[in-house]
Design a protein around this ligand. Sequence first.
Ligand SMILES: Cc1cc2nc3c(=O)[nH]c(=O)nc-3n(C[C@H](O)[C@H](O)[C@H](O)COP(=O)(O)OP(=O)(O)OC[C@H]3O[C@@H](n4cnc5c(N)ncnc54)[C@H](O)[C@@H]3O)c2cc1C
Length: 293
Amino acid sequence: MKASAFAYARATSVVNALELLAAHGDKAKVLSGGQSLMPAMNLRLISPELIVDINGIAELRGIAVRGDTLKLGALTRHVDLMRSPEIAAHAPLLARAIAHIAHPAIRNRGTLGGSLAHADPASELPACMLALNATIIMRGPGGERRMAAEDFFTGIYETALSVQELLVAVELPVAHKNAAYFFDEFARRHGDYAIVGLAAQAIVKDGIFADLRLAFFAVGDRPVLAKIATKLVGGEVTPAILSDASMALGEQLDPQEDQQASASMRRHLAKVLLARCVSALLGRPDLKAGGSA
Ligand SMILES: Cc1cc2nc3c(=O)[nH]c(=O)nc-3n(C[C@H](O)[C@H](O)[C@H](O)COP(=O)(O)OP(=O)(O)OC[C@H]3O[C@@H](n4cnc5c(N)ncnc54)[C@H](O)[C@@H]3O)c2cc1C
């Protein structure tokens, strides 16, 4: 199948892109890497009348460290994040996660902003944004808006972006000296979308979590920052404490059933990932089985 007929405009600047979006409203779509937009158009799931190509806007690209903040342009491609020394030093979780996104051809074109704006609940990068406590930066007719990643994702393929706004950048705090990271997912084949995944950031001091952010994905309509992390912070994690946290996780998550997995299988896999994560971050092989009540 081929896409319906559409008009094409190559935006020359952010201001120009915003003018085009303001003029055409919900009849226009932004084109970034095109790795989700073009398949959706070819399948005629969507039929925009105008494509606003932002690939020529240099100010939307790049990775910069300013003081304690890492700023990532929306047009930064997956492959550039994966190979960046700044990401390796300050946000290594991203490089680990991107290794699980599809295959090189898709990572060569797909962008950070496109992945976040697309908001597939089984995507790796939205969950990483929650784990890393990211701020999403948007620009629209009313100027710039900044929002915590936790508030940005509002449903399946839904975000806080309006049709007249562009996602322009993301800011992350640079890695703390005691930071540790975990990323893992279950998928049918490497590169497939996850059945269940977990991206986590922790601060570990003397074998104890001083902070822990657990972002699960493919367990609901958006990535989920697990509240049960508080049960594991501030004291020694015993098998009984982990078992209690694991049970509470099962209650907090509300996964959906699809052709890949039932809701109960997804809950089970999330608990397996929790145990692997806590065991790996604390260097405690005794916790890998998930603890016992
Ligand atoms: C075969 C295949 C396998 C894949 N597997 C995975 C996977 O395992 N994990 C995963 O996470 N992804 C996967 N993807 C998707 C891939 O990561 C895409 O790159 C990503 O979802 C969208 O990024 P993009 O830059 O290509 O965005 P586009 O396709 O250009 O755009 C996606 C959507 O976001 C909007 N948009 C884009 N940029 C902006 C912006 N700056 N501001 C506002 N709106 C914007 C577009 O209008 C569109 O609605 C896969 C894709 C394919 C084709």
